[in-house]
Write a protein that binds this ligand. Structure first.
Ligand SMILES: Cc1cc2nc3c(=O)[nH]c(=O)nc-3n(C[C@H](O)[C@H](O)[C@H](O)COP(=O)(O)O)c2cc1C
Length: 196
């Protein structure tokens, strides 16, 4: 069982990474193999909307996203961690999310968790957007952590939050062990009444 913690913060070793590491140590306690991947300092370009991935089954942009694709595909569970940047995930995080279009339906049935951290506002909006994203990928959303911390390392003082974060990691392993599967033949795009 592999759990990937994916930090979408450009700040090295900040609050998002601290919380993700806490969740991953919880996951390790449940017997999972874990890895933290931080996008800080990585070369990840935005999706150019070419839709070539639909035909080719892969993204033509050869940058650090290629190594991240492999890690995401190998994981049974992915914990997306992001700071709030103006009521949403970071711009860098959104670029990662958009680039996963190239994985088509291959994230389906993976368990997903969310960790969002903000100085003061925008947590609910950020968590919600990552949940909607997971639904389009047919992932199984687990719980989330919404933490308040502005300065680097502030979240370490949030005793209850740190405990809950470890619990999230543990729970994701337990959920993944149940081997949830969506029914065959469905679409990985969320259903909408606006479509014909
Ligand atoms: C460009 C930018 C935008 C931000 N926007 C918000 C915001 O909308 N709401 C908020 O509460 N904090 C905001 N923050 C503060 C960060 O969410 C906060 O410092 C967080 O702890 C950073 O996480 P990190 O240490 O993992 O990078 C912003 C920070 C930056 C750099």
């Amino acid at each position: 069982m592999k759990i990937l913690g994916l930090s979408l913060s450009p700040r090295k070793d900040g609050n998002t990474v601290i919380l993700l590491n806490e969740a991953l140590s919880g996951a390790q306690q449940e017997g999972a193999e874990t890895e933290l991947y931080s996008i800080a300092g990585k070369d990840i370009k935005p999706c150019d909307g070419c839709w070539g991935c639909r035909k080719a089954g892969e993204c033509h942009i050869k940058d650090d996203m290629q190594e991240l694709y492999t890690k995401m595909l190998e994981a049974d569970g992915i914990i997306y961690g992001t700071p709030v940047y103006f009521y949403n995930m970071t711009g860098q995080g959104k670029m990662v999310i958009d680039r996963t279009l190239a994985l088509g339906g291959r994230l389906a049935n993976k368990v997903g968790g969310v960790i969002a951290v903000a100085g003061s506002f925008g947590l609910a909006d950020t968590v919600k957007d990552l949940y909607f994203y997971m639904i389009t990928r047919r992932m199984l959303p687990a719980s989330f952590i919404a933490a308040y911390g502005g300065g680097k390392g502030d979240v370490k003082d949030l005793e209850k939050c740190m405990k809950a974060t470890g619990d999230l990691g543990r729970e994701i392993v337990k959920i993944a062990a149940k081997k949830f599967e969506y029914p065959e033949g469905g679409t990985h795009i969320a259903y909408g009444t606006h479509t014909r």
